[in-house]
Design a binder for this molecule. Sequence first.
Ligand SMILES: NC(=O)C1=CN([C@@H]2O[C@H](COP(=O)(O)OP(=O)(O)OC[C@H]3O[C@@H](n4cnc5c(N)ncnc54)[C@H](OP(=O)(O)O)[C@@H]3O)[C@@H](O)[C@H]2O)C=CC1
Ligand SMILES: C[C@H]1O[C@H](OP(=O)(O)OP(=O)(O)OC[C@H]2O[C@@H](n3cnc4c(=O)[nH]c(N)nc43)[C@H](O)[C@@H]2O)[C@@H](O)[C@@H](O)C1=O
Length: 322
Amino acid sequence: MNKNARIYVAGHRGLVGSAIVRRLKTEGYTHLITRTHSELDLTDPKAVTHFFSIEKPEFVFLAAAKVGGILANQTYPAEFIHQNLMIQTNVIHSSYVHGVKKLLFLGSSCIYPKMAPQPIKEEYLMTGPFEPTNSAYAVAKIAGIEMCWAYNRQYGTHFIPVMPTNLYGPNDNFDLETAHVVPALIRKFHEAKEANYDSVIIWGTGNPKREFLHVDDMADASYFLMKHTIITNDKKVLFNIGTGIDISIKELAETIRDTVGYTGKISYDESKPDGTTRKLLDVERLKTMGWRHKTSLKNGIQATYKWYTTPPNNTYVQTIKG
Ligand SMILES: NC(=O)C1=CN([C@@H]2O[C@H](COP(=O)(O)OP(=O)(O)OC[C@H]3O[C@@H](n4cnc5c(N)ncnc54)[C@H](OP(=O)(O)O)[C@@H]3O)[C@@H](O)[C@H]2O)C=CC1
Ligand SMILES: C[C@H]1O[C@H](OP(=O)(O)OP(=O)(O)OC[C@H]2O[C@@H](n3cnc4c(=O)[nH]c(N)nc43)[C@H](O)[C@@H]2O)[C@@H](O)[C@@H](O)C1=O
């Protein structure tokens, strides 16, 4: 990718999209193309076709999606499957029609079977039933992966499907109903400390384990793969992106509690879903290619909490996103 390449970052204001924009700007790329959701609704095929014909991007990072945590996925499955199928179908197809050189499609680790052997290898895809809380979202993401592979095979495109593990960092969604666990607990412990609440309620049993990658590492991996991956059109290639290290939700809560400096109690609401017991990714494929994460969970949470408590972020996330 030369420094004045026309690069479209779909979802540029989100957790991942904003990290990718930060990284590309640091690397000196001068022609980044972005549109907010209100400027361009990616579920609208006509609007997407028109956008591509005007902007003619050469590279696309597809980080726009309908995204949410376990409760949002369990509550709004129709929105998750409908909007994600529309967004990815429109952007992937327009990328082919308008001759995009390379596209990076962001799937998710939730595509893998609930009971997959751990750590989860890319080849375990579609070898068992889904985790029910996010099966609609998982099916949409798998359709996006298959679409990348089908276009690569039939049209000779270079569309790269990647499977990130759970992500966190600045510009995340901190709404307590729809967020993922890290931003939700950062906000809960922060507000409990500020208001001197007796306890903080954690969803589920605290026993499930999760792997967490800081979003700057995700952006680094996305940039690495966009630069270095050669897609051979006959092969169905997939890339897990993670740390290869997982932690129980209980330990995560204690880490965030200590980072925030909250001294009250932790209690568990077992009426909320645990979701899958574990989803640790096998990250050997990227390691063999020379990529590893840099940010430890402890340092990443400290940096995210610092960001969260630096005005105007806290007010921003409260009003716009939460
Ligand atoms: N966060 C995580 O833990 C993980 C995320 N991923 C994947 O990474 C990608 C990015 O996720 P993340 O950054 O967390 O999500 P965010 O919700 O933070 O960002 C998604 C972005 O997409 C935009 N968007 C949503 N719908 C539309 C639409 N119809 N038209 C135009 N823009 C739209 C949003 O804009 P607006 O807010 O204005 O609607 C937002 O800017 C997704 O594909 C997700 O599946 C994969 C694994 C884990
Ligand atoms: C990335 C991945 O993210 C989603 O899967 P998930 O990892 O299960 O999502 P989560 O981060 O919301 O929960 C992780 C664990 O944490 C526990 N938990 C405790 N207390 C809170 C809490 O306050 N909020 C939330 N959200 N979870 C909590 C929660 O009960 C669960 O056991 C997929 O839907 C899909 O979006 C996807 O691909």
